[in-house]
Design a protein around this ligand. Structure first.
Ligand code: IDP
Ligand code: MG
Length: 150
């Protein structure tokens, strides 16, 4: 079982898409183990996007992520990192195919609604950045055998 960090970025909250987008991850069969509503500080945003420091879009990206509230989520499941990235679609909303989150709801490169960890290692680091261990809940959904069977 893998875990991945998903952020519903400020555009998602401003556009009232929280429910629609959380529903996509839920219906896939991923298991929610962490959820919080956060106003990201400059420090948190810098740490989260440290890998992009120096890129032309970096300052704008930090301004975007700190512009309003974010919903931070941790999802667990088989191949959770790649599965979540698949649900999201590619970065540029205009290139993202229909039936992906970005393909259905985004037309911007920056304002693309969601962040998802891109590797198991980065997922662990990002989860630790956004959540304390005690904020993650281990539980078994009633339909777990039906969702994960085989
Ligand atoms: P990802 O979110 O699909 O993993 P990354 O390349 O890791 O994409 O970029 C992080 C975020 O930075 C993107 O989700 C998007 O919000 C923003 N971003 C990436 N490339 C550009 C760009 O060329 N212009 C503006 N914003 C960008
Ligand atoms: Mg990325």
């Amino acid at each position: 079982m893998q875990r991945t960090l998903i952020l519903l970025k400020p555009d998602c909250i401003q556009r009232r898409l929280i429910g629609d987008i959380i529903g996509r991850f839920e219906r896939k069969g991923l298991r929610l183990v962490g959820l919080k509503f956060v106003q990201a500080s400059q420090d948190l945003a810098e740490k989260h996007y440290a890998v992009h420091k120096g890129k032309p879009f970096y300052d704008s990206l930090l301004k975007f992520l700190t512009s309003g509230p974010t919903v931070a989520l941790v999802w667990e499941g088989r191949e959770a990192v790649a599965t979540a990235r698949g649900l999201m679609g590619p970065t540029d909303g205009t290139k993202a195919p229909p039936a992906t989150i970005r393909g259905d709801f985004a037309i911007s490169v920056q304002n693309n609604l969601v962040h998802g960890s891109d590797s198991v290692e980065n997922a662990a680091a990002e989860i630790a950045l956004w959540f304390k261990p005690e904020e993650l809940v281990n539980w078994t959904p009633a339909d777990a055998a039906w969702v994960t069977g085989g």
